[in-house]
Design a protein around this ligand. Structure first.
Ligand SMILES: [Zn+2]
Length: 652
């Protein structure tokens, strides 16, 4: 099993170059520089970019890209509409405000616009040089931002490419603003020129976010059972001290080692290293985005604050797990990623949800979250899925397929996602918890979810692709079911689990499964009456209006609740309750009734129609998870052992 070599805290590897801008890459050891040869010099077919920042304070950059060897065909240059790890369409072309094209002799060519995302250039001499300017001021994992402190480039959001040239090598030269001390952090392959990087193809290039800033750099080394070592680099643009970054790096190392222990090895990072590209500044936009050999993570947290530094580990843990799960153990419907449209996947409940589960679980195993803290945080997950009204209409697979509309998608109409959708992060984490505990139960602890993840890793993730950026053996939904049967040697178990809890809309018995570890799952207040989540606002003219949805924040009345069954909906005005004028007081009195009690309401619907309805209260179904000892029973030796096997560190 892997061991960590010495941590290189305090060693900021910077070398000043003639350009005046320091750069890290030539000084970084690259002990496992593998396969293709992406560092070779530009060939005739290479797509070459040159990136400049003439006025960073105005939040735009200029990109010059040269396409050669085009023959007589028109160039079809285009911007991506989507970005890996974000499943909605984001229309990155909208931020381009200047586009010019020239042939090899510098003669200007006139483009046409067949689509909003595309520029066609014909009449060239086999070469087209495009020069465009693009605005960006959202520094997260999806978009791009430039200002006087940094440039944070998510590649699909900022770089144009050409249809038909997707397999050509890419070469990009960054020219930081004059007088800046920006360095370059990226998973792109370095060259002898410290400002120039390469990618073997468009897929790898698009997957390689790049941070240009005066960031701090730390690194440590991990070793695989085959003897190969990889540098894990922490490149952080932050407002803390060197000591704060050292402390963060120490914590990151503990998390990274715990993750490696799940799979038994680290992926063969193609560049010989993995880079956490972190942005913790007051003007960051919160996000975390996974990539093959890096993560682009940003937040307004300050690493100078120990509590906030600890909070930052949640995203760090989640994103690093993705280096296996989704970057290499990859659903077939995301491989290769389609940059021209939204991407639909069967399996974000596994790709994101299992990652969510492990992101939290591994912080417990690494000792950052105490087991006794509020039932280890699984209560919220269980409650959201057991009681989520969305489960009445969509399975975990169907939630995944809805990502194009829910993953930061923008539109102006009302949606009912609050009652018909449960995030595949949450749903998937609940499925992961259910499967982990079920496997342990059915095998007396001999088989765990770690074993399932390792099997998926060895079968689908580990086989190397033909070239960095491509996955050789992506999985299908069917494969996931088949491999569960292989692991358990129990096809009936695998079929039942997938039929009921993945493709069906049932939930496991969390109460029984969690008790194995000495956690009690029970209703928070079953004696309390409940009508559902109904929020009201008093009207000056009398009565209570039921609040309308605001995005996903306030949902329509949830399916299956007493309020829904009685016909209440947002926008209705409650006029009377049990014969009394509807006020905050009479509404409160109704909410305090017991299960089985009824209340009679008169409602005024749109258009003035008056209706009378009777609402029958149910027991409040909200669940909590508490320690068995807090519930008044002793923690048995068996429960203690179960807990240790599940939640204890696996780092040898
Ligand atoms: Zn994720």
């Amino acid at each position: 099993m892997k061991r960590a070599a010495a941590i290189l805290c305090g060693v900021v590897m910077m070398v000043a170059f003639a350009s005046g801008a320091p750069n890290l890459h030539p000084t970084l050891p690259n002990p496992t520089q593998p396969s293709p040869n992406p560092t070779q010099p530009a060939s005739a077919s290479t797509v070459s970019y040159r990136v400049t920042f003439p006025e960073p304070e105005h939040h735009w950059m200029q990109v010059e890209v040269t396409f050669t060897g085009l023959g007589t065909r028109p160039l079809q240059a285009r911007m991506s509409r989507s970005s890996p790890g974000r499943y909605a369409v984001h229309e990155f072309a909208k931020n381009i405000f200047s586009f010019e094209a020239f042939n090899a002799k510098g003669v200007a060519l006139t483009p046409t616009r067949p689509t909003p995302y595309q520029w066609n250039v014909s009449g060239h001499d086999g070469t087209v040089r495009v020069v465009y300017k693009i605005f960006g001021d959202r520094g997260d994992g999806t978009y791009f931002a430039v200002d006087n402190t940094h440039a944070r480039l998510n590649i699909p959001a900022s770089f144009m490419w050409a249809i038909g040239l997707e397999n050509r090598p890419v070469r990009v030269t960054f020219v930081p603003p004059a007088g800046s001390s920006w360095k370059i952090g990226t998973q792109l392959f370095p060259t002898s020129d410290p400002m120039t990087f390469t990618a073997p193809n468009l897929q790898y290039f698009m997957d390689s976010p790049t941070e240009l800033s005066d960031f701090g750099l730390r690194s440590f080394t991990v070793k695989n059972p085959d003897g190969k070592t990889y540098d894990i680099r922490v490149a952080a643009h932050h407002d803390g001290s060197d000591a704060d970054l050292d402390a963060l790096t120490n914590d990151v190392e503990r998390v990274v080692l715990e993750q490696g222990a799940v799979f038994g090895e680290f992926p063969a990072f193609e560049t010989g290293n993995y880079t956490f590209l972190l942005d913790y500044t007051p003007h960051s936009d919160g996000d975390g985005m996974e990539h093959r050999n890096s993560t682009f993570t940003s937040s307004r947290l300050s690493i100078a604050n120990p509590q906030q530094r600890r909070q930052a580990l949640g995203t760090i843990s989640h994103e690093f797990f993705h280096a296996w799960n989704v970057e290499r153990i990859r659903p077939a419907d995301l491989e290769p990623f389609n940059f021209t449209d939204a991407n639909i996947s069967c399996c974000l409940w596994l790709a994101e949800g299992f990652t969510q589960y492990y992101g939290n679980l591994l912080l417990i195993r690494a000792g950052f979250t105490a087991v006794s803290q509020g039932g280890i945080g699984f209560g919220g997950t269980i409650n959201a899925v057991v009681n989520g009204s969305g489960r009445l209409v969509r399975s975990a697979v169907e939630m995944s397929q809805h990502a194009a509309y829910t993953d930061a998608a923008a539109s102006i109409d009302k949606t009912e996602f609050g009652r018909s959708f449960i995030s595949y992060y949450t749903y998937g984490a609940a499925v992961a918890l259910a499967l982990d505990l079920s496997l342990r139960e059915m095998s007396d602890g001999a088989i765990t979810l770690d074993d399932y993840m390792r099997l998926l890793w060895v079968t689908y993730g580990k086989p190397a692709g033909a070239t960095p950026g491509l996955v050789a053996r992506p999985y299908t939904l069917r494969d996931l079911r088949t491999q569960l049967a292989v692991l358990t040697k129990n096809k009936a178990f695998a079929d039942e689990f997938f039929d009921k809890y993945v493709e069906g809309r049932e939930v496991v018995n969390y109460e029984r499964l969690m008790l194995q570890a000495g956690f009690v799952v029970r209703p928070r207040s079953p004696e309390a009456g409940w009508i559902g989540n109904v929020q009201v606002t008093p009207l000056e003219s009398g009565g209570l209006t039921i609040n309308p949805p605001q995005g996903n924040a306030v949902s329509p009345i949830a399916f299956g609740t007493p309020a829904y069954e009685a016909g209440l909906e947002y926008g209705n005005v409650i006029v009377t309750i049990d014969g009394q004028p509807a006020t905050v007081e009479t509404f409160g009195a109704m909410s305090r009734k017991k299960p089985g009690d009824t209340a009679t309401l008169t409602l005024r619907r749109r258009g003035g129609q008056m209706v009378t309805t009777t609402i029958t209260l149910k027991p409040n179904p909200a669940l909590v998870v508490i320690d068995v000892e807090a519930a008044g029973a002793p923690l048995t030796d068996m429960q203690k052992a179960f807990r240790e096997s599940w939640l204890g560190s696996k780092v040898k």
